[in-house]
Structure formats: C-alpha cells, structure tokens
Design a protein around this ligand. Structure first.
Ligand code: F6R
Length: 640
C-alpha cells in the first residue's frame, strides 16, 4: 500500500478542524400541495416525534391567505388536543416542528413556530444560532420585540425584516443565513406567498420529498414516506424552495446546485405501529426481517459481495493494516461485537472507539487505517465529527447506516446500508442486529478480498449468517418467560449483566437497554473481570444476567463462565442465565434459564440480545413507563 492511495503515510496529531457545532435534535416537516397541510404535518410529526418530544407546533396558510399557528409544550398529543379544542382552518401550505429543548425551557412560548413580520411569517428551526445575542440586540435596538427565550425567534424576526426589505422569501433567506453562525435547519412560510415553503440547511439534516402536484420537506424521509417514495437529500449550506410544481435548490449565494434523487426503500406502514402496543415491541419482532433484508443480495453462491464497496477497490481493502470503528451507545456495542469477527475472519486488528473520545484525543491515523462508523440515524453529531476528523486527516471512512440521505453516509467514502426499516422507538433494537449483520458481511467481504479465508470457510460463515433470521424467530418465542420474569422483578433497584468474549458487548447492551427504558441502575461487566472488583457488588438477592457461551463452540470459555456463576451464586446472587438450548451445565446453578437456539459462537450475540431487549421493555412496561419515548432522550442525538 503506498502513501498515494491512502494520502499521507502518517497523519498529523493536531489537525485544525472547523469549529464543532452543537445541534439540538428536533423534527421538521414542510408541505405544499392541495388542501391537506394539517394531515400531512401532523402525520409527519407523529413519525418524527422520536427526534424530540418536549413541544410541538404547526403553521398553516389557509385558503383565505391567513397564517394560522398552534403550538403546545409536551408530546404531540398535547398539540392534537389543542387542535381539537381550537381547530384551525386547513390549507395548501404549512410547516410543523417537534422539539427537543436545549435553548429555552420546554414551554408553550418557546415551542416553534416563531413569528416574524408582524405575525405574517412563521419559522421553525433545528439547531443553535450561536450569534443570536448580538443579532437580538440589533433587532431590539430597531424596536422589534420578542416573546420567547429562543435563538429561533431571532431568526424569525430577522427573516421578517429581510422579507419586508426584499419582498421575496428566498431572497430574504439568503440574506438571513449569511448573518447566522452555528448550525441550523430552518423552514419558513409567509402568508403573502401561499404555495411556497423555503428551507435552509447547515450541519443539520433536511430532505426533500417529491410528489405529484405536491412537495415535502422533512428532517428525514419518515416525515413524508406516506405520500411519496422519491426523495432528494439537500447538501451542506444549501437553500431549497418548494412549490406544488417545482423544487429549486441553490447554495447560500443563490447559485443553482445539482441534486440527486433517490428512492426510499421503506413503505409507510413500516413506520406505523401496525397493531403492536409500542414501536419498540414491533421493532423487536421485526428483527428476523432486519437481518434477512440486510443480507439480501449480498451473498451470492456462498460468497459475500458488498456492491457498495466496489468503488473503493479491492486493492485498497486488501492493503488495510488497521480498522478503527467509531460509534456511540448501542451502535458502539455492535462495533465491539463485530471486532471479534473482523479480527478472526479478515485478520485485521480492530479498535472500537466511542466517537466523542476518538475525536478529541488526537488519535493516530496511519495511512493504512480504515475508519468504519456505525450509526442508525446517520446524524449522530459525535460520530459525524469523528468521521469528518478522520477524513480531514486523510483517512478513508466507510459508514454503516440505516437512514438513506443522512449526513454521515454523505460524508463517507462508501456506505453499507442496513435494511432494518425505520426504527422509531428511541431504544435501538432491530438496528443493532442489522448493524452486526452488516459488519459481519463487511468482515467476510474483507476476508475474501484479502484471501484470509478459503471459499469453503467463507461459504460456511455466510450460511451461518443466513440461518440467523430463523433462529431469532425462535429466540423471540421466549418472550412470555421473559415477560413473567420482568413482572416479578419490577421492584428491582439494580441489575448486573455478565458476558465473556462476544457475550461481553451483549452484557453492556443489556445493561444499557435496562437503564434507558426502566431507569434502573444496571452495569455490564466482562465475566473475567468479576474477581478484579465487581464481585464486591454481589449481595443476597442481587439479580445477575449471565450470557453463557456455548459449551460446544466455546468449550474453553464455557466452564470459566459456569465457575463465575457458581462464585456469585455462593454469595447470594440470583442468576438469570441466557444459555444455549441443551446446556445442562448451567441448570443446577441458575434461578432462571432463558434458552437461545444453537449457533456458532460469533453468531450468538444476535440471539442472546433478544431476551435482554424484551426484559428491559417488559420491565419498563410493568413500571408503567413509556417504552418508545424514555425520559430525557431523543432518537437522533445531534448534540455533541
Ligand atoms: C440506545 C440507543 C443509542 C444509540 C446511539 C447512537 O438504545 O439507541 O445508544 O445507539 O445514540 O445512535 P445512532 O446509531 O443513530 O448513531
């Protein structure tokens, strides 16, 4: 591998990157078409509510050319109730917003939209306008007044002033964005321009939906997938104007830019609950399809070929000396799981790093390092910054992502899409198994181009992967046992999770699910680490989940984990073992055994995680908690 292929041979320690932006999550939807703005906006907000649920609001231009707005603190249901109590007239043009508050508390006043031009213009925003204070001073000095504490209202008032000056929303936008520092997606409507929605984007997502006689804007395609499957991603620092019959995209100076249309692979029903009690319950049940769809078309005659990687070139992949996986939360645990497979099959050393730690510690990136990011949303700011850092340092970066048109794939050299379908519940489940699947496919692709495994070995591993959807289906059948366990344990105050080898990241994931859904203190440990400290936590009655390796596939590790179980049981722990069907050795020592089907050791995580997800979901349900929207969280973490 030469320095030419990879850029510099050794990359600098103190790269100067563009300043980090802090972007709050929030969901944004815009519509122009016939008279159904309200339905489109409320439907879009329902699908985007995972992005934030501190407040919601809409603005619609009705047939009389009046701008009507409604907004309420709290979940979308509060806005729906408000609209039932005080209906507003429908119209052909509108914008809607669901908020995750960072700037000004989650109150009615701070809810979007905010108004400008004496209530004739409405604006919604996702991001932070860093220089809002001097801009506000400037506007106050000119006699403008404000009703909220938000930076967004400053942009609304400024846009109103520029509209007054220019008489055109697009031109007013160009003038405003040139004054703003920070990160933003902005959408606005003006009652003098019915049939027009204008948006701008910097460091925050925005996608166009193309319809027949109608067009849409959304933070992601879920906002409009009910109406169209044709979409266009908007690039950095671009302004878009939609009317019922046209879409125009320019840069911030007004120069037209090329855009690329793509087809949305999901259909609308994929982002509905479809009769399930929660999105999470539905998504847990969809895991066999998530894995099967991610494999689809990528294993041909037993050989894994990922077409998306062909542009990178086999020579480049063959020359890699090190892989750094960057991701956060559950996605990072998918990376930690895949590390074992990539190292074993492809023979390349893998480091797994939390994106935010990687980005701020001057990582050493050698010329033959490949950075692999993992992100369900494709918008996680920590991971985006890590990818940008790696690429500005000259490294190649590929991403594993579940969301078409998202920012991280756009910032990467190649993307391997997971095909889990839209994941709406805040806690990640089906995206996790799809991420591991995509990374295993990547490992096998890499092993093939590097000649690290024989065609027979490659085919054997590919066949193991292809058998996983059916095995997950069997693992899901333990749901009743797990539900009962969760109901008995609904008063539990702390739970420990132990795992070894690929069971270790699964223990971490089990603990994370329980923390975020049931608000219970939970910790995951490597079972081998127990004697080095954590065993002091064991006291009579302490529940401990143990992910037990297969006695067949991991004959050397299985007895060690069974010994760990005996050690903690002797000190009073209550053992819940996740063990392979037929594993008799754990039976005498476990209070409860949850069985998973037989699989080769590297594939066990895809099965062992299932009962842990269900346990967290059922325990949260038993406590009366909202499993789709846990407190303080949002699905797309676009804040650093
Ligand atoms: C936990 C969870 C989070 C995400 C993390 C990364 O259930 O969902 O830990 O995995 O915020 O999100 P993405 O994958 O969108 O980058």
């Amino acid at each position: 591998m030469t320095g030419d292929t990879w850029g510099h041979n050794r990359l600098g320690h103190s790269l100067q990157l563009s300043p980090t932006k802090i972007v709050p999550m929030c969901g944004i939807v815009g519509y122009v078409g016939d008279n159904k703005s309200l339905e489109v906006l409320m439907g879009g907000l329902r699908r985007l509510e995972y992005r934030g649920y501190d407040s919601a609001g809409i603005a619609v231009i009705d047939d009389e050319g009046r701008l009507n707005t409604a907004k309420r603190a709290g979940k979308l249901a509060m806005l729906s109730n408000e609209l039932k109590r005080n209906p507003i007239s429908n119209g052909s043009t509108g914008i809607g917003h669901t908020r995750w508050a960072t700037h000004g508390g989650p109150t009615d006043h701070n809810a979007h939209p905010h108004l400008g031009d004496n209530g004739r213009l409405a604006l919604i925003h996702n991001g932070i306008i860093e220089n809002f204070a001097p801009l506000k001073d400037e506007l106050l000095a000119e006699g403008f007044t404000f009703e909220s504490e938000t930076d967004t209202e400053v942009a609304a008032v400024l846009l109103g002033r520029e509209y007054q000056r220019t008489g055109d929303l697009g031109e007013a936008f160009r003038s405003v964005v040139s004054r703003l520092d920070g990160a933003f997606t902005l959408l606005a409507v003006h009652q003098d321009q019915p049939g027009v929605v204008v948006g701008a984007r910097r460091n925050s997502p925005l996608v166009i939906g193309l319809g027949e006689g109608e067009n849409f804007l959304g933070s992601d395609v879920a906002a409009f997938v009910e109406y169209t499957r044709r979409a266009v991603a908007i690039g950095q620092d671009q302004i878009v104007t939609i009317t019922p019959g046209a879409v125009t995209v320019t840069d911030f100076d007004g120069n037209p830019v090329e855009t690329e249309e793509f087809d949305i692979a999901w259909d609308a029903s994929a982002s509905d609950k479809g009769g399930w009690s929660s999105f999470m319950a539905k998504e847990v049940s969809e895991q066999p399809e998530a894995v099967a769809n991610t494999i689809l078309g990528r294993i041909i005659d037993g050989q894994v070929v990922i077409p998306e990687l062909t542009d990178l070139g086999d020579d480049l992949l063959a020359g890699i000396r090190r892989i750094v996986i960057v991701a956060c939360g559950t996605a990072a645990y998918a990376g930690q799981t895949a590390k074992y497979a990539i190292e074993k099959w492809a023979g390349v050393p893998v480091d797994v790093e939390l994106s935010h730690e990687f980005r701020y510690r001057d990582p050493v990136l050698t010329a033959d390092t490949l950075v692999v990011s993992i992100s369900q949303s494709g918008e996680t700011m920590d991971t985006l910054m890590a990818v940008k850092y790696a690429r500005e340092a000259g490294a190649r970066a590929i991403s594993v992502c579940n969301t078409q048109g998202a920012t991280i794939p756009r910032e990467s050299d190649a993307v391997i899409y997971t095909h889990a379908g839209p994941e709406v519940a805040v806690a990640s489940t089906k995206a996790f198994v799809a991420q591991i699947t995509a990374l295993y496919l990547f490992a096998l692709h890499l092993a093939r181009v590097r000649g690290a495994l024989s065609p027979e070995e490659l085919a054997a591993q590919a066949a193991e992967l292809q058998a996983i959807p059916e095995k997950i289906q069997i693992a899901l059948k333990e749901a009743d046992t797990v539900r009962q366990l969760a109901m008995w344990m609904s008063d539990t105050r702390a739970v420990l999770f132990l795992g070894r080898h690929v069971g270790f990241p699964i223990a971490l994931e089990g603990a994370l699910k329980l923390k975020e859904l049931a608000y219970i203190h939970a910790e995951g440990f490597a079972a081998g680490e127990l004697k080095h400290g954590p065993i002091a936590l064991i006291e009579p009655g302490q529940p401990v989940f143990v992910v037990v390796p297969s006695p067949r596939g991991s004959a050397h590790l299985h007895p060690k984990v069974v010994s760990n179980i005996q050690e903690i049981r002797a000190r009073g722990a209550r053992i819940i073992a996740i063990a392979e069907q037929g594993d008799a050795a754990v039976l005498p020592f476990a209070d409860t055994v949850i069985h998973i089907p037989l699989a080769a050791p590297l594939f066990e995580p895809l099965l062992a995680v299932i009962p842990l997800q269900i346990f967290a979901m059922e325990l949260a349900t038993a406590k009366g908690l909202d499993v789709d929207q846990p407190r303080n969280l949002a699905k797309s973490v676009t804040v650093e």
